[in-house]
Ligand binder design. Structure first.
Ligand code: DX5
Ligand code: ZN
Length: 229
């Protein structure tokens, strides 16, 4: 399977979300739409919640991949599911991961787990059997447009190895500072789903920017040494 590209609406124009989603949807367009939910506590920024997801749901067919940067995601998982979210990802730093994963599964959501830059990737190992998506952050969460942290490369490689060793159907996602250059490095390390905010929505040609990231990642995935992954 080729790489998945998930444009992050964090860097889109929030007053024109339906248009921004439509701009990346279509043939050779986005695979998922990444929705950054921030509560002003877990991260020092505040964005959107279930009502906006519900509005967006009426305007796009894209898979809504909700990245929950929240201290208490459990309180709103049901509301996200009811609003039309397709998957939700919670941070491993919060604890209670098993319960949160079970709740997401019960609600019919895709189950994602996120690992912050300062958190060891091995903290995700106990939960790999429970999840569909493992997200390795390559910036400190909270804001778009930050510089890519190269420390994330080794974490992605370790995660790729562990997922493959256990033969698990877990999609390995990266988020933060991803563009056509860093996507190559992350694809070579083993990432298969690429969140990109400013590299898509801060370019006038959103779709063209997205395609260049897709092509870069696809060629790296297909390159020498990456066969079969
Ligand atoms: C950061 C968010 C990211 C963000 C990425 O807290 O989780 O999804 O939108 O933006 P870029 O691609 O600009 O780093
Ligand atoms: Zn995100």
């Amino acid at each position: 399977m080729g790489p998945l590209i998930a444009p992050s609406i964090l860097t889109a124009d929030f007053a024109r979300l339906a248009d921004e989603a439509a701009a990346v949807e279509g043939v050779n367009g986005a695979d998922w739409l990444h929705v950054d939910v921030m509560d002003g506590h877990f991260v020092p920024n505040l964005t959107i919640g279930p009502p906006v997801v519900a509005s967006l749901r009426r305007h796009t067919q894209l898979w809504l991949d909700c990245h929950l940067m929240m201290t208490n995601p459990g309180e709103l998982l049901e509301a996200f599911a009811n609003s039309g979210a397709d998957s939700a990802s919670v941070h491993v730093e919060l604890g209670q991961t098993e319960q949160l994963c079970a709740e997401m599964r019960r609600l019919g959501l895709g189950v994602g787990l996120v690992v912050n830059p300062e958190t060891s990737i091995t903290s995700a190992w106990p939960f790999l059997e429970l999840i569909d998506l493992l997200l390795v952050m390559s910036v400190h969460p909270g804001f778009g447009g930050q510089a890519f942290m190269p420390e994330a490369i080794a974490k992605v490689a370790a995660a790729r190895q562990e997922i493959d060793r256990r033969r698990l159907p877990v999609t390995l996602q990266v988020d933060g500072g991803i563009d056509a250059t860093t996507a190559v490095v992350m694809a070579e390390a083993g990432a298969r789903c690429f969140v990109a905010g400013s590299a898509v929505f801060h370019r006038p040609d959103h779709l063209g920017a997205l395609r260049s990231i897709h092509e870069a990642a696809a060629s790296a995935v297909a390159g020498p040494g990456a066969a079969g992954r």
